[in-house]
Write a protein that binds this ligand. Structure first.
Ligand code: GRF
Length: 189
């Protein structure tokens, strides 16, 4: 079984997934990495692991769907069965979500449905919650929504700064995402 990771940024979750595949904790081939930003460090992680990484420039396309149709060409070529979004900052078109229904996973750094959006860790920290966490869920058309696969709570300590909290949340992500991907694989294929 083949899967793709979509990323736009640092790619620390991608890196955790690469390690999990190598260690046999994810029993599928990470066949392709898709980036919508040329400077995504995720591309470097992929290259170091000798995984095909493609960058597609969104500016080349008039609509979100046209961009996604281009992505799908590569997914088909690489015979991709499912997709893990890992810090992919681009909204997926309805077309894409429908086409890969129940086969797109996402990781979000809060306990959904609380603190949706791109600044979830900061928003939770500023709100003053005592517990936040990480969610892995299926992607639906609405952003940061969809059936939850795994969730893990992270306690906010009184001495936490935004930076220490971010660090702890990211390390939870790096364990939770590979294990959610593997449990998805086990239950689906
Ligand atoms: C993670 O916090 C993830 O939950 C969110 O975007 C961030 C990506 O980080 N969706 P990285 O690029 O994997 O380091």
């Amino acid at each position: 079984m083949n899967f793709a990771v979509f990323a736009s940024g640092h790619g620390s979750n991608l890196q955790a997934i690469i390690r999990a595949v190598k260690a046999g904790r994810i029993k599928a081939n990470l066949q392709l990495v898709v980036c919508d930003r040329a400077d995504a460090y995720a591309i470097v992680h992929a290259q170091r692991a000798q995984i095909t990484a493609i960058y597609i420039n969104p500016k080349r396309f008039k609509t979100r769907e046209a961009f996604d149709r281009e992505v799908i060409k590569f997914l088909k070529r690489e015979k991709i069965d499912f997709i893990a979004l890992a810090g992919y900052m681009r909204l997926l078109s309805g077309y894409f979500v429908k086409k890969y229904k129940n086969r797109i996973l996402n990781i979000h750094p809060s306990l959904l449905p609380s603190f949706k959006g791109a600044r979830a860790i900061r928003d939770a920290f500023n709100y003053g919650v005592k517990v936040t966490g990480v969610t892995v869920h299926f992607v639906v058309k609405e952003v940061d929504a969809g059936p939850i696969i795994l969730q893990k709570a992270v306690v906010v300590k009184p001495e936490d700064t935004l930076q220490t909290l971010e660090k702890r949340i990211h390390s939870v992500e790096h364990v939770l995402y590979p294990s959610a991907i593997q449990s998805f694989i086990k239950s689906t294929y």
